[in-house]
Design a protein around this ligand. Structure first.
Ligand SMILES: [Zn+2]
Length: 144
């Protein structure tokens, strides 16, 4: 049996869809960081059948917008002195920059490489975004 030490101070990213954990681990650059990280795959869950959990043994700053775009159902708990002191509500970000890429070949972002790819949330239910410049649609799923 694997025993994971209790976190003194740090962050627990919970309720990650099983199989998605490795992507999140990579997107947050945790493998390249100096922090101690426990990565649990296929943990049993009462709400979900199986889930992944990432525990970071340090109070680091992470990109919650990116995390919300990956999956707004993930829960993030901030731990201090072994207690949960804050739960961060995730949501689809209203605006993302250089995360979603515009696929319209006639868009300025395709012709001018220095122009950042900016998308705005256009449909919460459908998780759709629109390019700031040409209105081309992109889904949050295109990033995942
Ligand atoms: Zn565009």
């Amino acid at each position: 049996m694997l025993i994971i030490e209790k976190i003194q101070n740090g962050i627990v990213i919970d309720h990650i869809k099983a199989g998605q954990g490795i992507k999140i681990f990579n997107w947050l650059g945790l493998g390249k960081s100096q922090h101690t990280v426990a990565f649990v795959v296929n943990a049993s869950s009462s709400i979900m059948r199986k889930k992944d959990v990432i525990k970071i043994y340090d109070a680091i700053s992470i990109n919650y917008e990116l995390l919300g775009l990956i999956d707004p159902n993930i829960t993030v708990n901030i731990i201090k002195n072994e207690l949960v002191i804050q739960k961060i509500p995730l949501q689809l970000p209203e605006r993302v920059e250089n995360v979603l890429m515009c696929k319209n070949p006639r868009c300025i972002t395709s012709t001018e490489k220095y122009v950042p790819h900016i998308f705005h949330l256009s449909g919460k239910e459908t998780e759709t975004y629109r390019c700031e410049y040409c209105d081309e649609e992109s889904g949050a799923g295109d990033f995942r």
